[in-house]
Write a protein that binds this ligand. Structure first.
Ligand SMILES: Cc1ncc(COP(=O)(O)O)c(C=O)c1O
Length: 379
């Protein structure tokens, strides 16, 4: 994967050096799932926000840096996600840090899916909770550890943490079963939904919505920097939990908030989500189309419906050759090295709703040719 800087990004294209020269390629990387990072309405809202507030508040929210933009987005996101309350953080990473910092003041044990995002593990470890890892997507194992922990620290002392959609390979967590694994009324299920938000569920409401799982003990954390195309993070859940973050998380209290122009941009992006439910629907249809096409080329994929396609070929050499061959054809489909995937190095292809069928066919045809698959791309 070229760790070279892009000199331009659109919703579907990137320009970066290939063989030493800048080249425009069709981009199948990044997490601009709905193309909202390039949505003119969202850009216009950012510019209006800059005119109204300047670039940044220059102070923390608890002193003089609070704005209508921040409180407005919190209200709007809580409503969108069907939660009591929400609080913004500077990033998705710090959403996990702030939530765990607050939960660590009352809860004693954190049970984490072994393939959760590094921010989840980091947050739990930094919180002082005792951290135990359950087998990937194994809710029965989580339940077993939760029962043991509850005997030691009480049923309300346990937090379970998982990604909603796993970053590396796009598979979905068994949230219904994880809710059942919670041992007490005061225990908490944290769902980091950075890759489910804007992607799954009605209008992109996320993994809980997609699975039809609701429980007052669920707290959602997510980024505003992927599907929403902006920047920042949010924690959404019961008012009592959100109040504790606001009052007790130093990482929230002691920082300048995400800049208001980006917050105004995020507010507009949420409006776009609500007005255009077809965006996330199209994204998932495109993902299904691509999965079918690559499967016909002989690629073995997991069965997740998400726009993250992670897979290996027969060898690393073959993967590098195919990725390089695609690049020569003007298609960027990266082989990455990132924890939690199907191997140490693997293809990780992501889509946006802005990709057209022609774009997908170009990718599928590239794989078909380079893998020498004797298949035709069906319309
Ligand atoms: C699952 C998950 N959680 C948290 C984060 C961190 O979000 P942010 O980039 O907004 O800090 C990411 C990715 O960056 C992620 O993939």
């Amino acid at each position: 994967m070229p760790r070279v800087p892009n000199s331009e990004l659109t919703a579907t294209n990137a320009i970066f050096p290939v063989n030493g020269l800048p080249r425009r390629v069709l981009n199948f990387a990044g997490c601009n799932y709905l193309g909202l990072a390039h949505e003119p309405r969202v850009h216009a809202a950012a510019i209006r926000g800059m005119g109204r507030y300047g670039l940044t508040t220059t102070a923390s929210r608890e002193t003089t840096g609070n704005t209508d933009a921040h409180t407005g987005l919190e209200r709007e996101l809580a409503e969108f996600l069907g939660m009591d309350s929400a609080i913004l953080t500077t990033e998705g990473y710090t959403a996990n840090m702030a939530l765990c910092e607050a939960l660590g003041q009352s809860h004693k044990v954190a049970l984490i899916d072994e393939k959760s995002h590094r921010s989840v593990g980091h947050a739990a470890e930094a919180s002082g909770m005792r951290v135990m890892r359950y087998r990937h997507r194994d809710a029965a194992h989580a339940a077993e550890l939760a029962r043991t922990a509850a005997r030691e620290v009480g049923a309300d002392g346990v937090v379970i943490l998982t990604d909603g959609v796993f970053t590396a390979d796009g598979v979905i967590a068994p949230l219904r079963e994880l809710v059942k694994a919670l041992p007490g009324a005061g225990s908490v299920l944290v769902v980091d939904d950075c890759h489910g938000f804007c992607v799954l569920g009605q209008s992109g409401r996320g993994t809980c919505d997609h699975l039809g799982v609701r429980d007052p003990r669920i707290v959602i954390t997510t980024t505003l920097g992927k599907g929403l195309g902006c920047y920042g993070g949010v924690i959404a859940g019961a008012k009592e939990v959100i109040d504790r973050v606001q009052q007790g998380a130093r990482i929230y209290r002691g920082t300048t908030p995400c800049p208001p122009p980006l917050i105004e941009a995020a507010r507009e992006a949420v409006r776009v989500l609500i007005e255009r439910p077809q965006l996330s629907k199209k994204l998932l249809e495109q993902a299904a189309y691509l999965r079918k096409g690559l499967t016909r080329c002989g690629v073995k994929l997991n069965d997740a419906p998400t726009p993250i396609l992670a897979f290996v070929l027969d060898s690393e050499t073959q993967m590098d050759e195919v990725s390089a061959g695609l690049l020569q054809r003007g298609v960027f489909a990266p082989v990455i090295e990132y924890p939690g995937g199907p191997a140490q190095r693997y293809f990780r292809i992501t889509l946006t709703a802005e990709h057209t069928r022609e774009h997908l066919d170009q990718l599928i045809e590239g794989f078909a040719t380079l893998l020498d698959a004797k298949t035709l791309v069906a319309a």
